[in-house]
Design a protein around this ligand. Structure first.
Ligand code: XMP
Length: 519
């Protein structure tokens, strides 16, 4: 990941008895850390060279990796050091082959990578597979396979072709050829839990402890410099801002009002921060954005105009920053690295990686304290600092704001129709208890005028589009089967109260092929 500072908690104060995950470069390594934390224990990533820095671990996991152990410069492990800890060890994929070689076995390299599902057939009673059903699906992604085994090593599982896929040495050193951390390994969680149950004194993962460590780390990194942080009112930047505030460092929080926000949103964001005791600076650039968008109808051009202007306005306000704090999350990091297709993360990544940011990054002046966390963990962190539920569980809102819900040219009149309709829709969802059941919901505008009757007069106005979806990660989405009575109430209110629209439609399109936003 060139130019990317991935904060992974390594330089935080190291407590004892954590699960040390040694990173051999698999794209899933961070998931191992996450799974261990989900099981309630503290886990942290180390490079193989950093094994020296590990003090009294509770257990060690060697991750998978893209290399073959037979390559001359393949990543290694200080095996004497590893076993000197006398703690349970689990080697995953590359980690298993490495353990096999280190204990005196051999590995057969292959040019072909086995990738995909396989059936796990445990050989005998083995605590690693306790409670795992027969022929459970596991997920393979490897090239090397076990050739000879050293004395004292036993095979504890094979696949349906009889190939060994799990090994055990002594009481509590294990190797598995598959990835228990991915959800495609259906009982991977049980296998990890079984492994961790071999370790008697593991440090618990507690979000409060984690917060204190993050704060210590922020204080150390920032020192007496001033750190600048952009806020949007969204979950990530809000949690980051409150964390910096709690750390007591010298911080400036900048909020750009691009005029494309929801009804009263700028005011609400300011009020929310005030509620939490954080002072923010608001830059009202709404006129500049509307002016820049005037006459533009092409979706990608609209996005580019907004993105570029945002960067200009934000950095004008920042001036010469001594340090920058960004609310990058772990999925943003993996997705930008693996080039996944989520628009949100690509765009966000784009924002977080503009030239000025990269320059600051090279100078070590960018901190990304949340880059170790997944969204639900950020919410837990936020809750532990007393951030109210309604702020932590706000629906996602796109950076280009209402512009992507206003196909064609963006005008103040159209934005006002969207804002008023959206406010009615969202407040009704809340009133009916449906807001938290939707992953995202909004009203947008369909820029087609149709004929209607309002009062005694003929009207010729735009249509309003309601969209409510459920999703896990925004990559796919399904529309929500909202009660007809709820839709009727929203539609009645919009038609009666909002000027400029005479028709309300509910969008029943899944993603794919539709997207969540209209542009
Ligand atoms: P689509 O429309 O691609 O949206 O199905 C997927 C998710 O991403 C959000 N989205 C964005 N978020 N900047 C963001 O921060 C953007 O430019 C952007 N575009 C879409 C969208 O709201 C949905 O949650």
């Amino acid at each position: 990941m060139p130019g990317l500072h991935l904060y992974d908690g390594r330089d935080m104060i190291t407590p004892q008895h954590l699960v040390a995950v040694i990173d051999y470069g698999s794209q899933y390594t961070q998931l191992i850390v996450r799974r261990v934390r989900e099981l309630g224990f503290l886990a942290r990533l180390y490079t193989p060279e950093e094994l020296d820095e590990v003090v009294e671990p509770g257990a060690i996991i060697l991750s998978g990796g893209p290399r073959s152990t037979s390559e001359p410069d393949a990543p290694d492990i200080d095996f004497a050091k590893l076993i000197s800890f006398h703690v349970p060890v689990l080697g995953v994929c590359y980690g298993m082959q490495l353990l096999n070689i280190k204990t005196g076995g051999t590995v057969r390299p292959s040019n072909k990578r086995e990738y995909g599902p396989a059936a796990l057939l445990p050989e005998s009673d083995c605590k690693l597979f306790e409670g795992v059903s027969a022929s459970s699906q596991v997920w393979m992604s490897h090239s090397d396979t076990v050739d000879h085994l050293a004395d004292g090593c036993r095979i504890i599982a094979r696949n349906s072709e009889g190939v060994p896929v799990a090994l055990q040495w002594g009481e509590s050193m294990f190797g598995i050829q598959f990835h228990p951390e991915v959800t495609h390994s259906h009982e991977g969680r049980t296998i990890l839990r079984n492994f961790l149950s071999c370790a008697p004194h593991l440090a618990p993962f507690d979000i409060g402890d984690f917060r204190r460590e993050l704060i210590t780390e922020i204080r150390q990194k920032v020192g007496d410099r001033q750190v600048v942080c952009g806020v949007s009112g969204g979950v990530d930047s809000t949690v980051l801002a409150v964390l910096l505030h709690e750390a007591g460092v010298n911080a400036r929080f900048i909020f750009v009002d691009n005029g494309l926000l929801r009804k009263n949103e700028a005011q609400e964001v300011q009020d929310n921060f005030r509620r939490m005791g954080v002072e923010i600076e608001t830059v009202d650039a709404s006129d500049r954005f509307l002016e820049a968008l005037r006459g533009e109808t092409a979706p990608e051009k609209k996005r580019r105009i907004i993105g570029t202007l945002f960067i200009d306005v934000f950095w004008d306000a920042v001036g010469d920053a001594e340090m920058l704090a960004q609310g990058t999350l772990y999925p943003d990091v993996i997705e930008s690295a693996s080039n996944a297709k989520s628009k949100a993360s690509v765009i966000k990544t784009h924002h977080n990686r503009v030239e000025r940011v990269l320059k600051l990054q090279e100078q070590g002046k960018v901190i990304e304290p949340l880059a170790f966390l997944f969204k639900d963990e950020v919410r837990a962190l936020g809750a532990s600092m007393g951030i109210p539920h309604d702020i932590l569980w706000r629906h996602p809102f796109p950076g280009p704001g209402l512009a992507v819900r206003c196909p064609g040219e963006v005008t103040k009149d159209k934005l006002d129709i969207i804002r008023d309709s959206d406010a009615i829709f969202i407040s009704t969802l809340r009133k009916w208890g449906w807001y938290d059941k939707c992953w995202q919901a909004y009203a947008g505008l369909i820029p087609v005028k149709t004929v209607g009757v309002k009062g005694d007069e003929r009207s010729y106005e735009f249509a309003t589009n309601l969209r409510a979806i459920i999703s896990e990660d925004a990559m796919t989405a399904d529309w929500v089967q909202l009660p007809y009575d709820l839709l009727r109430e929203v539609s009645n209110r919009i038609l009666n109260e909002v000027k400029g629209t005479n028709r309300v439609l509910y969008d029943v399109s899944t993603k794919p092929p539709a997207s969540i936003e209209w542009e």
